[in-house]
Design a protein around this ligand. Sequence first.
Ligand code: AMP
Length: 423
Amino acid sequence: MAKLQAIRGMNDILPGQSQGWQFLEGIFHSVVRRFGYQEIRFPVLEQSSLFQRSIGELTDIVEKEMYTFEDRNGDKLSLRPEGTAGCVRAAEQHGLLYNQQQRLWYQGPMFRHERPQKGRYRQFHQFGVEAFGMAGPDIDAEVIKLSAQLWRDLDLIHHLTLEINNIGTASDRKSYSAALTGYLKQHSRALDDDARHRMYSNPLRVLDSKNAQVQAILQEAPVLANFVSPQSREHYEQLKSLLADLDIAFVENRHLVRGLDYYNNCVFEWTTLELGAQGAVCGGGRYDGLVEQLGGKATFACGFAMGIERLVLMLESLEKIPHDALKSIDVYILGADPDDAAQSQKLASAIRQQYPRLGVISHCGGGKSKAQIKRAYNLGATAVITLLADSDPACASIRRLDQSGGAETLEINSLVEQLGRFL
Ligand code: AMP
């Protein structure tokens, strides 16, 4: 029988890797808490129409990347390819957006049938924040500041560049798209198949082309900035000045359009050179039309989503995961004799009770003490404890695994009291 395997592009996150994830999650949770954002959770499965109506029928995601199927009732459902649509659906359904401001965050798996490679997967994970009911640009600056704070706390800020652009309103983009299609039509022979296809269906996406010849043609193409309305321009200028006041460095990238239709005005992306081709780690912007588009009242909105796998890859390759975060335990109680089992477990309980932050393993299953010590070492334990059989009062010896302090023999009660000295 064929061996069971995970689906291509869907990764298992194993012990040894999950510590890096937990480190990142812990910092993200602390940042969103400090900025006053509240968690929202919503299903991974939604009606396909939600994504068609929000992300856009003619985007890559909806056209060719969604996992879509009919369930047993014949309902057409899709695994969520991103979080904003589901977040808006949930917030609207439960009345969170009615004349209110909301600052929300989410985290979880997303699904896109893309060609897997390093940093690009079919099941991947995102953190996202969404802020509703604020016209900005102060809130735009806040969500960007929140992401910058995260990079600071992760010590990644010097490896990331903030790119921003103003993509105007939906109607600005409509006029621009028409002008761009007109220009591209004149050069259609020199375009590749992809650009020729997109030139009519979604011309703005041609700007993302990786083909050097297409990029050369785009050098002379009409520029979106010239089609942007004065109000939108004013908003963008204010945002730039706020970012400067907040000491957040940015570069303007006139070709930054993002792959989802619902964005308007300011969009941004944080990119890195550390990850090769998949250099985008976080993208976002305003999407003031989306709530109304999905049946709600017109509501100002902006947010971002960041890719957890890409951030973990960065943290690993730059060795930014602190040694402490990689440890799974602190103390390992060796168990040479099965008769010691009760005493060993009691000692473990006493340590866990007194030091709730420590990880303690009481060895199970017997075996040679050398093998047990190796196991303790591999799990990152700082100290090992050996119960001394037949001692009265009950004693144990403790030693640091790095051999720095030598072994010390103590009565069990005072060992619990004095454990801090060894860690
Ligand atoms: P998007 O929802 O496309 O704006 O993507 C936001 C972020 O999610 C990107 O900047 C990436 O970090 C991450 N991301 C998007 N697609 C993938 C994928 N297929 N695999 C891994 N990360 C992804």
